[in-house]
Write a protein that binds this ligand. Structure first.
Ligand code: CA
Length: 713
């Protein structure tokens, strides 16, 4: 290479490297390539509050932003800056990341998008082409909660268990690795985190008989660095780590045959100060301990927070929140790290509001309990024993006797994956709270299946009764709320009541604001210290995901991924209508002061029609058999007692009820690309016919109820 050529080569490199130099003038670090994020940059995230570089903005996952251009004095002028429509109508749960003017996020089916964060223009998108039939392994919709970025790469965990590294500039895969055994029903819906050059990823499947674990992969190469199993495997084989030999003493029977559970499906938090990695673990599988660990035992490490060494995956400490889980009380919910003063002493704490309804303040240096109090109404426990950390269970908690026990909360949790946020300015934690119980009764003669969720619970007894008075009494107890919780006083500072559960994650800011989407279809801002409502935007769809805020060239934006779905509208049938009967319009919404964009007008929605009854010659016994099979195989997606929450088809209105199409759909997998797998391996033609008889029965019953209601009006 001649001297002239060398010079021009150098200048081309300089020009290429200087793509992000402009930002240096605005006090932000120069970026030589997109998503040029590393550990020191995330640790110092408060020096560049215009970016949102990791799932909870900082490693502490407080979801608090120092930005305050948008504040409690001017938020009424917040308007839509741009929106970006997505190509699916399934649930949207992702938190976007924003780095140096580029937004990275995921949609349903683990699809990844990179947009210009100022304009919403698409830079690239990536579809991992998750096979539709893998959807049958997802307990809770085909959702994804976001990406991680590191050193020029974007990482996504896919529903079918792959971890994929994409080139942040182009969206082209750099490496892919399979993180699960495809013979088991694992899914990934959580956002990976990156710490010390390792991508940390867990998985779900606690409703489908899997063994939980968390893995660390080298961010550069995709090679597995370590794996920590959260529950012990078959004791006739060597345990993977000494701590699992200890954990095995807390199990009984042949637990490993059904996997054990303890899945790490959401919260993974790195603590750079203590060099610890905290993981939250899920329920035991199946839910009912009777079928999991029949002679008792606490079942470590299900429903726990476990601290590991990020370099090796070595166990350091754990805190179990639910002992011998019987309820699907996952402890996977978000963990916030904070430094606070308790009785004049500085303490490094971990804050969590898991499904079981207790707000935990834990000393994260050693896992000891500082305090735990219920953050909403619960009836399964009266408190937590401060010496042992054990919940003080009430008489109905373990549903003794043969009757279904109305336990609050139920599997939806008093708080689920929707992120909470902590403002160090107000000292409050903003929690999206669910108030919804569940009728627990152990299944009789439970047998695990490969094509159905395996709760070990009597799913017919859990169904919504059709007596209007009983139904009303149940629905009247279903609520949601936004709670501002004082973690040190362990009491509520203020509350916003919502008509139903499953409202959105929260963001709090230095502008004395809290943002939250609602299940009823709004995106709202509240004054952080008082709860006064300051702003609302009609989002046309339910908003569940966690909002973020960022800045470009000195202008602040607020972003939230809108779109209704997840387990609540899929599985809970009529209960989900309490939240507002919204539809799914999947779309990124971005706001700024004085924005001028508008959403397209919403097409009016037609009410489901009154249909003529279909002849149903099936015996009551056949309809009952159909009900049992429906609740076991179909209800997790098509809704409790065949009432769809509006995201997936309501089978009572299906044209396939009349004719042979039903059998093609149920037994031949005609709709497998959309997640409707063939059930022929476990359901006979007779079974499919009895399910159809039950759905026809429910259709005719629904139409009769509607006619009666119309006549009364
Ligand atoms: Ca679970």
């Amino acid at each position: 290479m001649g001297r002239g050529k060398l010079l021009s080569f150098v200048s081309v490199v300089l020009v290429l490297m200087c793509g992000g130099c402009r930002r240096k003038d605005q006090g932000q670090p120069a970026a030589s390539k997109p998503a040029d994020v590393n550990g020191s940059r995330i640790v110092a995230a408060d020096r560049e509050p215009g970016n949102w570089m990791t799932h909870g903005r900082t490693y502490s996952e407080q979801r608090f932003s120092p930005l305050k251009q948008i504040n409690d004095r001017n938020v009424s002028q917040l308007r839509l800056a741009w929106s970006y429509d997505l190509d699916t109508h399934r649930g949207q749960e992702a938190t976007p990341l924003v780095v140096d003017g580029v937004m990275y996020f995921t949609s349903a089916w683990s699809k990844v998008f990179a947009l210009n964060a100022r304009t919403g223009a698409l830079l690239w998108s990536y579809d991992p082409k998750v096979p539709g039939e893998w959807g049958v392994n997802a307990c809770c919709d085909v959702v994804n909660r976001g990406v991680a970025v590191w050193n020029g790469k974007v990482f996504v965990g896919t529903l079918d268990g792959r971890l994929i590294a994409l080139d942040a500039a182009t969206g082209t895969p750099v490496w892919k690795t399979l993180t699960v055994d495809r013979n088991s029903r694992y899914t990934i819906t959580g956002a990976p985190r990156v710490a010390k050059g390792k991508v940390i990823v867990g998985n779900g499947g606690g409703e489908f008989g899997v063994r939980g674990y968390v893995s660390a992969y080298d961010a550069g190469t995709g090679k597995l660095v370590w794996r920590f199993y959260t529950v012990p495997g078959n004791p006739s084989k060597p345990f993977e780590s000494p701590i699992l030999a200890q954990a095995a003493k807390t199990w009984s029977g042949d637990w490993w045959k059904s996997g054990g559970g303890g899945t790490v499906w959401d919260a993974i938090v790195y603590d750079p100060e203590l060099d610890l990695l905290y993981i939250g673990t899920g329920n035991g599988t199946p839910w009912s301990e009777k079928y999991r660990s029949p002679k008792g035992g606490d079942n470590l490490f299900t429903c726990s927070i476990v601290a590991l060494r990020p370099d090796t995956g070595e166990y350091v400490w754990h805190y179990q929140e639910d002992f011998a889980d019987d309820w699907d009380f996952d402890s996977d919910e978000q963990m916030i790290l904070a430094d606070v003063s308790i009785q004049g002493r500085p303490r490094k704490v971990l804050l969590q509001a898991p499904k079981n309804g207790f707000f935990y303040v834990i000393d994260r240096t050693n896992g000891t309990l500082i305090s735990a109090k219920p953050f909403t109404y619960i009836n399964w426990a009266t408190g937590v024993d401060m010496k042992t950390g054990r919940p003080l269970e009430t008489a109905l908690a373990r549903y003794p006797g043969g009757d279904p026990a109305p336990v609050v909360p139920g599997p939806l949790g008093a708080h689920s994956w929707q992120p909470m946020s902590y403002s160090p300015l107000t000292g409050l934690v903003y929690i999206p709270v669910n108030n919804v119980g569940f009728k627990y009764k152990s299944a009789e003669n439970f047998e695990p299946k490969k094509l159905a969720p395996n709760y070990g619970i009597d799913v017919v007894a859990a169904g919504m009764p059709q007596d209007p008075n009983i139904k009303k009494a149940i629905l009247d107890t279903v609520r949601g709320k936004l709670v501002a919780w004082d973690p040190l006083e362990q009491k509520q500072a203020w509350v916003v009541e919502r008509p139903g559960p499953w409202n959105g994650g929260t963001l709090s800011t230095s502008g004395n604001l809290v943002f939250e989407g609602t299940a009823g279809g709004n995106f709202e801002a509240y004054r952080a210290n008082t709860g006064e409502k300051l702003w609302s935007f009609a989002a046309q769809t339910g908003v569940m995901a966690g909002p973020v805020t960022y800045a470009i060239d000195g202008e602040q934006y607020v972003a939230v991924l809108a779109g209704w779905g997840g387990v609540f509208p899929l599985a809970t049938g009529e209960v989900s209508f309490q939240s507002g009967r919204v539809r799914n319009i999947s779309r990124m919404l971005v706001f700024k002061l004085g924005g001028t964009a508008n959403l397209p007008a919403l097409e009016p929605r037609e009410e489901p029609p009154l249909l003529p009854p279909l002849p149903n010659r099936a015996s009551a016994a056949t309809v009952h058999k159909g009900e049992q099979l429906f609740q076991r195989y179909c209800a997790a997606c098509h809704g409790d007692v065949a009432v769809s929450g509006g995201v997936l088809p309501d089978l009572r209105y299906s044209s396939a009820l009349d004719g042979d199409q039903w059998f093609s759909d149920v037994l031949e997998g005609m709709l497998k690309s959309e997640g409707m797998v063939s059930f022929a391996k476990e359901l006979s033609h007779d079974d499919a016919a009895s399910i159809r008889s039950y759905v026809i029965f429910r259709r005719n019953q629904t139409m009769a109820q509607k006619k009666l209601a119309a006549a009364k009006n």
